[in-house]
Design a protein around this ligand. Structure first.
Ligand SMILES: NC(=O)c1ccc[n+]([C@@H]2O[C@H](COP(=O)([O-])OP(=O)(O)OC[C@H]3O[C@@H](n4cnc5c(N)ncnc54)[C@H](OP(=O)(O)O)[C@@H]3O)[C@@H](O)[C@H]2O)c1
Length: 373
């Protein structure tokens, strides 16, 4: 739930200052247990005071670390991705908007440095991820309330932990909640090389489902195709190939998909609808093309296709925090079994955030920018 007047779950000092933080080296957290900390220290954070172009409004600033209260957890952030929703939030185009100034980043993993006397769920040394969007993960350290965090096993790869809380959860819920699928069934999706798309491929494969994965054409398409097939993709096709008549051959030995996952909108989503079986569902969870979805009247009348939407933040509001923790545990189980890996990532030190922001806005990058602290 968004907390008015402060970034969700974070205890932020009112003082924002530049040029006061001199220790730019990587620091190991020193673990402490304490009921309150009077010691003042400075941390670095990517902050925005206005909505707008991330490259223009985001600044690296120093913030005073708040004292650790009884129900608080002092966290040293380890890694945090730059996701499209982070960009949309900074631009002011997202369903949840923080009170400004705000620290960017909704996802990431940190290590607990110290806990307040009332904290029971995590201890120093544990890894934690945000329980909800809006935590502000692009910073070196922070003091959060315990309820804003969820513990995750620290024996999973760092990049998996940093990218666990949003995209794999979205992929899993969309595969489970809209159509009753059986092993061998097809699922079709676009933007299949996105973080969500890569999680869909792997989770679907773990469930015995087959995937038709649509991507935009690019010079190194074979490399991308090979990469997605290594993850478990059954078919990888370009948007242009999807329009060809021969695509119908895919359904000689299996029924058409009853579930389509739409990250793009516009023409790409019309093609997904064309491939759906009568009565099937297209779930829209992203709008990367920034174009509306149009469905022909016959698709609705004669094929009775269902158009649905999914938003993880809404799913969390409709479910208990224990249900979200169960979802995280299920995904960690897949990670431990080697059935779910992190998306292709490029690690970028926090201070090089401008390059990372530029790269994540470019087309055909196929690599998620992960800020390391
Ligand atoms: N509803 C939810 O709960 C929920 C949860 C998680 C994510 N999302 C949304 O899912 C989407 C993907 O997130 P992500 O973190 O997986 O993204 P990501 O890893 O950054 O990948 C972005 C994807 O979008 C594609 N893309 C970019 N611009 C495009 C355009 N103009 N037309 C078609 N495709 C385009 C990219 O393809 P190229 O390689 O071809 O550029 C890439 O496949 C975002 O919209 C995000 O907000 C929603």
């Amino acid at each position: 739930m968004w907390v008015s007047g402060a970034q969700c779950g974070a205890r932020i000092s009112a003082r924002l200052s530049r040029g006061l933080f001199h220790n730019s080296g990587r620091r190991r957290p020193a673990f402490t247990n304490y009921s309150a900390s009077a010691k003042s220290s400075w941390v670095r954070a990517l902050v925005y005071g206005h909505h707008g172009d991330p490259a223009k409004v985001i600044e690296l600033k120093n913030q005073e670390l708040a004292a650790v209260g009884g129900s608080d957890v002092h966290v040293k952030m380890l890694a945090a991705p730059i996701n499209p929703s982070d960009i949309n939030m900074i631009q002011g185009n997202y369903g949840l908007l923080p009170k400004l100034p705000a620290v960017g980043g909704n996802e990431g993993v940190g290590q607990v440095v110290a806990v307040g006397s009332n904290v029971t769920g995590v201890k120093p040394g544990d890894w934690v991820i945000p329980a909800n969007a809006g935590l502000g993960t692009w910073r070196t350290e922070a003091v959060f309330s315990e309820e804003a965090l969820i513990g995750v096993p620290s024996d999973i790869p760092l990049q998996s932990a940093a990218t666990l809380g949003v995209n794999p959860c979205t992929a899993y819920r969309m595969l489970m909640d809209f159509e009753q699928l059986r092993p061998g069934d097809f699922v079709i999706q676009n933007a299949s090389n996105s973080g969500v798309g890569q999680a869909v491929i792997q989770i679907a494969a773990a469930l015995g489902l087959r995937t038709i994965n649509v991507v935009r054409d690019r010079p190194d398409i074979q490399k991308l195709t090979d990469r997605l097939k290594n993850l478990g993709a059954d078919h990888v096709v370009t948007e242009e190939e999807l329009r060809k008549h021969e695509m119908k051959n895919l359904y000689k030995d299996a029924p058409q998909p009853r579930l389509a996952l739409n990250c793009v909108g516009g023409k790409s989503s019309i093609e997904l609808l064309r491939h759906l079986a009568p009565g099937g569902t297209m779930v829209t969870y992203g709008g990367m093309a920034k174009q509306p979805i149009t469905a022909s009247v016959s698709m609705l009348i004669f094929k009775d296709l269902k158009l649905r939407g999914f938003w993880l933040s809404q799913w969390k509001k409709n479910h208990s925090s224990d249900q979200f923790k169960d979802l995280i545990l299920t995904l960690c189980d897949l990670i431990h079994r080697g059935q779910l890996t992190a998306p292709a990532c490029s690690e970028v030190p926090l201070q090089d955030y401008q390059h990372a922001l530029e790269d994540c806005m470019k087309p055909f990058v196929s690599s998620k920018q992960i800020l390391t602290m």
